[in-house]
Design a protein around this ligand. Sequence first.
Ligand code: ATP
Length: 298
Amino acid sequence: MISVQHLKKKFEKECVVDIDDVMIERGTIYGLLGSNGAGKTTLLKMLSGIIKPTTGTILFENEPIYENKKLKERLIFIPDQPFFFQHYSIRQLADFYREQYPSFDEARFNECEQIFKLDTKKKVHTFSKGMQRQVSFWLALSAMPDYLILDEPFDGLDAVVRKKIKNLIVRDVAERNMTVLISSHNLREVEDLCNYIGIIHRGKYVIHRDIDDLKTDVHKVQIAYKTTPKALFSNFNVLHHETRGSVHMFIIKGDLDAIDSYIKETAPILSDVLPLTLEEIFVYEMEGIGYAMDHVLV
Ligand SMILES: Nc1ncnc2c1ncn2[C@@H]1O[C@H](COP(=O)(O)OP(=O)(O)OP(=O)(O)O)[C@@H](O)[C@H]1O
């Protein structure tokens, strides 16, 4: 488990990360979302033990990550800009990873060779940006980390390679209980992969929730009456309401059975309760707590 408490990072006087209390269980695939400058990279670098928090604690299985060599042998961070030794070949880099990461797995390295099909003797700087990113994944996934931290990981990768990488990640989570943290601006890109979502805005958490909980908790109701009752859904947590002609559309947070029985009691001439896409849920949840989504996600 990863536990973050009272975490602050200041650059000069500006506080760019300010988090009270966040827990991430082993085996979670966690999507960290937020607009440019929200603090995602800074948070991921602190979680990877690369930069030191100004105050607060980050514990992995009750141990601090910063300057913890043993823990770092089980953690891989892929930054948004590849930083590895550009004048090394994949083969030379694999030698380096083998030394750094005791759980480096030859079978996985060979399996990835079939997936990425890159020349292991070529120097990394001779590859394109997307190919270099593939090399990062190839090495990271061969090291079989318990914690994989990815900053904007899919930028520059084509759809086929993305799919293959996502499959490998999901396999490692299912088989080895790997924990994955992925930052992105793009909800659609991570929603098929993640089971937990965090949104940060100006360094602070706005949402930290299980995706299944979110999906079962918010409903879209389309409803029409001969004579619309007064104070419709007034006892419910309505995140949004609009009217199109005689049809009302409500976004309601709460128990589906309670919503269904209320609808029956009010005898509408037509009604429909629909699921929301994850993007719609975020838009309405954020609206409910006073944030405009377009400032948070692009
Ligand atoms: N080394 C640094 N020195 C000073 N300020 C920094 C430094 N690194 C980051 N910041 C500031 O911290 C804030 C958060 O930056 P960060 O890179 O963590 O955001 P981000 O959410 O990853 O953004 P993006 O999506 O654009 O990559 C920004 O205001 C940035 O200018």
